[in-house]
Each structure stands twice: as C-alpha cells, then as structure tokens.
Design a binder for this molecule. Sequence first.
Ligand SMILES: [Zn+2]
Length: 472
Amino acid sequence: MFKKQTLIAWLTLVAITMMPFTALAQATQIKLHSNKYSVQDDIKLGRQAAQEAESQFPLLRDPEVQSYVERVGQRLRASIPQEFQHPEFQYYFKVVNARDINAFALPGGPMYVNRGMIEAARTEGEMAGVMAHEISHVALRHGTAQASKGQKYSILGGIAGIAGTILGGPGVGQLAQAPFAVYLLKFSREYETEADILGAQIMAQAGYDPRDLANMFQTIERQGGGGGGFLSDHPSPSDRYARINREAQYLRVNTSANRDSREFARIQQRLRGYGSAPSMAEIQRSGQRYPQGEPTGNPDRNYPDNAPTGRVSYPSGRYQSVSIFNGGVNVSVPSNWRQVNEGNSVWFVPEGAYGQYNGQAVYTHGVSFGVGQTNSRNLQGATQELINNFAQGNNNLRANGGSQRSTLDARPALLTTLTNVNEATGRPEIIRLITTQLRNGQVFYMVAVEPQNERGFDSAFNQVMQSVRIND
Ligand SMILES: [Zn+2]
C-alpha cells in the first residue's frame, strides 16, 4: 500500500528541505464516516440522479474527448486505495457542454465534468486533480454520509431536485431541503479536506503530481470560480493549498504510469474549436431537456403522441448529410426523412412512421443510431448485450441465426437480423442491427426497421449504412 510506506523517492528531498534526521511522517489516514445507507443505496441513488442530470444537461457528444476523459477517470479509479474500493460502484465519466469551471460526481460513481473545467486546467494533472477530488467524495460515500446526519429529510425528495440544484438559481429553494441537494450544493469543510487528501493520494498512485490538485484550486480562483462554480460546491478549508502540498510531501508519485501531455493539449484545442459553451445558468434558463448518451431510459422525445400509421412515402433519392452526436458521427439520409431524438438514440424516419404507443416510442420504418456502454470487451459480446437490452419487455423480438461479419466505415462490424412484431401496427417487421466498437470500447450501432412484407427500404438502408463516418 503506497500510502503506508515510507516514501523512498521523496526521502532525499524531504530530508533536506523539511525534517532532517527525523522519522518520516506518513500519508494521512482517512476513515469512513458512519452511514446509515447501504452501498447499494449509493448506487441506486446515483443512478437515478444521473438519469435526471442527463436529461437536464447537454452532454458533449465528441467521442474523442469523451474517451479521453473516461481514460483519465478510469486511471484514477484504479488508484483508489483498497479500503475505499467499492467493487460494486460503477465509475463513469461524461463531459457536459457547459463553460462553468465545475464538475460533479454522484453516489456510486457517475461523474460529470464540465467542458469549461477541461479548458481552464493548465495541465492534465490539474484536470485530473478535480476528478480525483470528486472520486474521493464518491469513494468515501460523502453524499449518503452527509444525508445520514440530516435525518429529517427524505432521500427520495433529494433525487428529484438534484439537477436543479446543481444548476443553482431560481427554483432551487424547495429542493435545497433535500439531502442530495445539500450534498451537491455544499460539503462540509471536513469532507472537503478529506476529498483533498484522498484525492492527492489517488493522484500520486495514478502517476500525477498531487500538487496539481492544489494548483487547480488556484487556477479556479484566478478564473473567478469562487462564485457559483466549483468552489461554492466545494468550499475551501482555510489552508487548502498548503494542506494538499503538505500531503504531497508524503506521497510517492507512481512513475510507472505513462502520460502524454500532448494529448491533453490536443483535447483542449479540439474543445476550443467548438466555440463558447453555454453557462449552466443559460442552460437552465433555456429549459431545454437533453437526450443522453446511454440507454438509461431518458424521457426526452420529439415525436407525436399518436401511434404511427405505418403509411409512409418511399425514401427520396436525394440525400442530405447530417452530423449527429455532436459531430461524432456523420451520415447521409434520404431528404424526406426527419430527425427524431428519442432518449439515447437518434432516429431518421419518414412521416407516418413514428409516434407513441402505450407510452413508448414506436417506429415502423427508418434507421436509428446510438452509442451504448458495454461491459463486454469484444464486439460479439457487446452486440449480444445490446440485443438483450432491446429485448427487455419485448417478447416478440427474435434473433435470426446469429450475426455475420460486416464493416461500418471500414471498421469491423457485425450485422444481426432480428424479427419483431410492431407494437403499434401489429405487423411483422425486420430489424437489422449493425454494431461496431468505438475506440473507447463503447458500442456504436445502427438499427434499420421495416415491415417484413415491404422491402422498399432495403437500398436506402444500404446507402445510409455506407455513408456512416465515425470520428472517434
Ligand atoms: Zn469537494
């Protein structure tokens, strides 16, 4: 355990500058606070809050930036000391297209990093510092620990209010009473110090200079982050900067971790290319709800309330090029198809082909695209996971004789044909699913749907599939 060791690498330096000939002090030991919630409660609460948050915040759909932040996050996660590793927690990291210098993490592991924070950081280490601090709040279960103290509040009240509270501003009053609102608004200074200390320890183990965490607080202050940003959610203990640097003296930076600072510069440059992101306050004022990137059942929809008729025009021979997932994917679709956002996925469908049936989005003809998180390392497994996902609550979905190898944008892909009975029309339909893996391990998919006895869409589907360009 790195934090219990006397730290050889620092020995010479520390001995000369700080405390010659005395026993070396050790890294600070942190203890978990008492908590009346179970680890499973953390996971459940975080999951619900994440769903809410993702319907309120625009996620940056740039696979390159996304996979970069995910990689940094997973490196930090792997560096959490053993005693605070909750194997049940599922850490994931997403970028919010907002310019405020902020980030937040939810119980059980979901973390959201604002674009503004990545752009403000001077080094990858500074960015990682904020993330390590956030991870520490999660690993130490500060959200539920803090909620355990405020017994008069109900947990459920907190979830509903969570996203509004992250944003702050009008309407927050009633929500701020809920524990998770409190959790997100402000941790106690004691918890902040713990997250700083554990954050520094995680940094060192992950190969970052823990002093970058201290530096990031200065960077935030310099950029005015004191009002409404990170520092108001994470109030500074009086000696924050000095305390982190003091801890850093006892930590040995794991030099085996190999980092590439050019990658951080490239990501920053890429972000700046997008122009200015909206502020959280602007996002809140716009009142827009946003679809999310994962199949977590987001209710965001822009399709009509009535059921689809299934009576549609044939695909136009003219195609238009469309950029989806924030430029992550380009595709050409027939010009008489309309883009419909349904939660995690983007559909292109002709009029009459889409609507609602029994509270569910239903399509009779068209294509959809989505990106899914997967636990599987290979495409076959990821595809099966996706199909299982689709099949949930649908007894009519059948896979017909497995998958065949194919390509999508010149990368290996799997083509799986499924049959289904359309929920709205009751007609048998054919679903073609093509999947490929993104560089970050997520699975990108295209689904094409048409009734079994009408094959007039086949060549359009083919053409759309050929046009897919993935920029990851
Ligand atoms: Zn904090």
